[in-house]
Design a binder for this molecule. Structure first.
Ligand code: NOJ
Length: 952
């Protein structure tokens, strides 16, 4: 007996030390959460886990951790299929029961679905598992066969241990290489890619950060929650398990996405990226690039290209939570107009609702008649209206949305098979199940009936993670309402205090408490914390555990479909919660930031992230949502926010008012920055339309456009619109200058709102042709630096108070020649409101320009600049071209020699117009040296082919 006890003791000591050695010495970034944020050392070690607090609290690295996953699989029976290869993986090493038993036999498929991307899929051949259903994306249900010669990559597969490497043919770059360690358990999947240590990793969101390139030795968690965006490095409202790699200064980028909706931790080390997903399958795509822009185009061709936004949505939006009644809002709109700040769209937050019930207005302060009149006035003025809607439907007898939901049986159900009861603004709510196809009719009917009373132009879909004010520790599997009289308010309770009684029915439930705990930062980190419980079920008995991260996209799809049907126009939606593919249906704002300089700075990074995630129409709350803003911060914020693709001021209920007209300096800053935005609307719209048709991006980092320029790496304080416009704002308190970087190989011209003769607009400010340059630019409080990249042709209209008025003004074409005397640009134009099936239902034009200087017999130089417009499709657009501005590095005639200029304009080849200083073409020189040609009385439209020759 004694021997036996000794043996057992020895075994335990050896075993424990082995486990310890295995778990406690792992790289920090590979640590798996074993407790929760704030766990004590004693509690942690009592669970058999390792404890180390030295990593600090902001790194995302767990203090209480375990690991020990070192399982490998070997490949057999590799055989070709119609679409690639498939084989069987068998566990060959490191079998363990950490986080559950290993699934010992797996199916591996390497799918050549597209010449530009590959797919690695690992599933359980014996058990169908949860996969993201096809209705949530553009993913082909049946793959097309790619011609072998067109495939732009090769692959190398190692059998034992199984690893796979994918190589881009053009430059032999490795775009994906798996490490031998693979875990595949019911609730824990792990796959790691290894890469050269010089790579910068971008993407993996949603999180707020002060750096665009992700910091290494960090854990990034993807789990949608109602967590204020002001929290740095926390998992927030959306899940986008996609990254792009780019080596500083190199031509080459590639992207990888794990198409998985379950909770995911991404551990990023130096040279490693590990996905740790707690369900689903390994469904990994690799996008070849080689430019970052191509990566996003390839990615969005798979997940769905961004929705085509209405033209009006490009205008400036004003919103706040806390307007008392409709007359308050009417006054706000008037104040904007009196201050001459362009206001396109006024929004209403939940204030308008009757006891926070969707589809019902408070009859006293927000009556249908009054709000209806307000909307009519807005519309008469070419302005627009957007209203908030939350998914939680109040449990309230006689309330139509509730009764109809009951009748249609479309709620998410709880563990007890009754509709899952949660709490949001109205108090107790049920949640529509947007995974249930029957919910579409219910939702469309509710929206349609409401829209008859309140003809809103768009919907703001908020709280759709879905947020729940109960279940604060994530253990409440079902909740009930024990005291309906006092729920939601109760004595001394605030709106967000839970008034329901939630109980744990099964504390061993593996969905609510999975064996591997992702690093969810909400509360104690349980998945259900402030969410619908994981055991709740959707249509088809699918669990909240699997569908949670897709609730927002589900709501977006159904709201998009409903609005398309109701209005027969392009829907305009803005969501808080997002997932892979959301951009096809909705736009996004980045949630609850705060009025701080750091939040202003990080907003640029968030906008860049969503460009990568296929949601180009994105913006942060201008002037900051939480806390009181300051005059200076608000002025600087509108100077950045005017260049968010989606530009909206929004403010929290307890915070001091921050409408742009409240301070003189903010008014001036707004007129200037928004004025520039409105001048650039045809350019911005063309970019957003291209994003829809081609899947391209709008707001871009400097490195994105200049990947080979090492100087652009790490610049997060400047950004670009497309490839032609660069914005270099002030982001620091008290600063009146900006150290702006001008990327290499280009000349850069100043863009200004005022481009009259005395202005230095279009002046070449920096010649960076020989190498990138940093310049200190004076930037007084009401100014923001905007530059045009040499080589661009931009289409402008006049800055007016609404986008409709702006659209009515004639075009100005700015031709900013590069150092070699060339330029090009594109225009996309349509009615901006109706649905479109094909891009050629609009007008598409390509512009190009060239300056040619010749030496004559007597050594005299003659120069001609030829600008041509080539129409690709002319289905829409009557817009007149009135001005052509030409700016160049050198070689333009100055003001004293304008008489020597001859111009010849040929429109549509046959109809010839020759002009030399007649009334139909006036030429002036601006102070900046740019030439301005003004055309009058000609049939000179953007939907015509033409060429203009300016010679001197
Ligand atoms: C939370 C949203 O993030 C915020 O923008 C909104 O004002 C409040 N909900 C109230 O609706």
């Amino acid at each position: 007996m004694l021997y036996f006890i000794l043996f057992i003791t020895l075994f335990c000591i050896l075993y424990t030390s082995q486990v310890k050695a295995q778990t406690c010495s792992v790289d920090t970034f590979q640590r798996n959460e074993c407790g929760y944020a704030g766990i004590t050392q004693d509690e942690c070690t009592s669970k058999g886990c390792c404890y180390d607090s030295s990593v600090g609290s902001s790194s995302g690295i767990p203090w209480c951790y375990s690991n020990g996953i070192n399982s490998e699989y070997s490949l057999s029976q590799l055989s070709p299929t119609d679409y690639g290869l498939q084989g069987i993986l068998t566990i060959s090493k490191g079998q363990n029961s950490i986080y559950g038993e290993d699934i010992k036999t797996l199916k591996m498929e390497f799918l050549i679905e597209n010449e530009n991307y590959f797919r690695l899929k690992i599933t359980d051949p014996n058990d169908a598992r949860w996969e993201v259903p096809s209705q949530y994306s553009d993913r082909p249900t049946k793959t097309h066969k790619v011609n072998e010669n067109d495939i732009k990559y090769t692959w190398e597969i190692n059998d034992n241990p199984f690893t796979i490497k994918v190589i881009r043919k053009s430059d032999k770059a490795i775009v994906f290489e798996s490490s031998p360690i693979i875990a595949f358990k019911d609730q824990y999947l792990e796959i790691t890619s290894v890469f050269s240590g010089d790579m910068n990793t971008y993407g993996i969101g949603e999180s707020t950060r002060l750096n665009h390139a992700l910091k290494t030795n960090m854990m990034y968690t993807l789990w949608n929650i109602d967590m204020p965006a002001k929290m740095m490095d926390f998992n927030l409202y959306g899940s986008h398990p996609m990254y792009i790699h780019h080596e500083s200064g190199s031509q080459s980028s590639y992207g990888v996405a794990l198409y998985n909706s379950n909770g995911i931790d991404v551990a990023l080390g130096d040279g490693y990226l590990t996905y740790k997903a707690i369900g689903g399958v390994i469904d990994l795509y690799g996008f070849l690039g080689p430019s970052p822009e191509e990566v996003v185009q390839q990615y969005t061709s798979l997940i769905g290209k961004p929705n085509l936004v209405p033209y009006w949505s490009l205008g400036f939006h004003n919103c706040r939570w806390g307007y008392e009644d409709i007359s308050h809002v009417e006054q706000v709109v008037k104040n904007y107009s009196n201050a001459k700040i362009p206001l396109e769209t006024q929004w209403l937050d939940i204030d308008y609702m009757d006891e926070y019930r969707d589809f019902e207005n408070d009859p006293e302060n927000w009556s249908y008649t009054d709000v209806g009149k307000f909307i009519d006035n807005l519309h008469e003025n070419n302005q627009h209206f957007v209203e908030i809607i939350d998914p939680g439907i109040m449990v309230y007898k006689g309330y139509d949305a509730y009764e109809q939901g009951n009748a249609a049986n479309i709620w998410i159900n709880g563990m007890d098979s009754n509709p899952y009861l949660g709490q949001v603004w109205p108090g107790p709510v049920y949640y529509p199940d947007f995974h249930n196809p029957n919910t579409q009719d219910y939702w469309t009917n509710q929206l349609a009936n409401y829209h008859k009373k309140i003809p809103t132009d768009g919907f703001w879909i908020d709280m759709n993670e879905a947020s729940n004010f109960c279940n604060s520790d994530g253990t409440g599997q079902t909740c009930m309402n024990p005291d309906p009289e006092n729920c939601p308010t109760g004595d001394d309770a605030t709106q967000t205090d839970c008034c329901l009684k939630c109980t744990t029915i099964d504390e061993t439930n593996k969905l609510a408490f999975p064996p591997y705990k992702i690093g969810n930062k909400q509360g104690n980190g349980n998945l259900g914390t402030k969410n619908i419980d994981m055991t709740a079920t959707h249509y088809g008995n699918e669990t909240e555990y699997n569908l949670h991260n897709m609730y927002g996209i589900g709501e977006a799809i159904m709201t998009y479909n409903a609005m398309a049907k109701i209005t027969e126009k392009r829907p305009f939606l803005v969501t808080r919660s997002s997932f892979i593919g959301s951009g096809k249906f909705t736009n996004k704002w980045t949630g609850d930031n705060a009025a701080t300089w750091n939040d202003l700075y990080s907003s640029i990074i968030s906008i860049m992230d969503f460009s990568m995630f296929g949601i180009p129409m994105v913006g942060a709350d201008i002037c900051g949502f939480m806390d009181d803003t300051t005059e200076e911060l608000c002025a600087r914020w509108i100077e950045v926010g005017a260049f968010y693709p989606f530009s909206r001021n929004h403010n929290d209920r307890p915070s001091a008012a921050q409408e742009l007209y409240l301070w003189d300096s903010v008014t001036d800053a707004s007129k200037n920055a928004l004025g520039m935005r409105y001048r650039l609307l045809p350019y911005l719209y063309s970019l957003l339309a291209e994003a829809h048709w081609l899947g391209s991006t709008v707001a871009r980092s400097l490195w994105w456009n200049f990947p080979t320029d090492k100087g652009t790496t790490g610049i997060d304080s400047q950004f670009m619109w497309g490839s032609s416009i660069m914005i270099s704002p002030v982001l620091k308190e008290g600063a009146t200058s900006v150290d702006a970087y001008f990327p290499s190989g280009k000349v850069w011209y100043r863009f200004r709102l005022n481009d009259d003769e005395s202005s230095d607009a279009y002046k070449m400010e920096v010649d960076a042709t020989e190498g990138g340059k940093t310049l200190t630019l004076d930037t007084p409080l009401t100014e923001v630096n905007v530059h045009i990249k040499g080589g661009s042709i931009l289409t402008l209209q006049d800055a007016k108070m609404t986008t409709a008025e702006s659209r009515d003004t004639p075009f100005t074409l700015v031709t900013a020649l590069c150092q070699h005397g060339k330029a090009h640009g594109t225009l996309f134009r349509d009615d901006g409101i109706n649905m479109m099936d094909k891009s050629d239902e609009g007008t598409q034009v390509n512009y190009s320009a060239e300056m040619i200087s010749k030496e004559g017999k007597r050594k005299e130089t003659s120069t001609s600049i030829v600008i041509t417009s080539e129409v690709v499709s002319d289905a829409y657009a009557k817009d007149e071209i009135k001005y052509i501005i030409i700016t160049a590095v050198s070689g333009l005639p100055d003001a004293s020699s304008l008489n020597n200029i001859h111009t010849k304009l040929v429109i549509n080849k046959d109809s010839k117009t020759v002009l030399t200083h007649q009334d139909d073409c006036k030429i002036t020189a601006l102070a900046s040296g740019a030439l301005k040609l003004e055309f009058n009385g000609l049939d000179f439209n953007v939907n015509k082919n033409w060429s203009l020759e300016v010679s001197y």
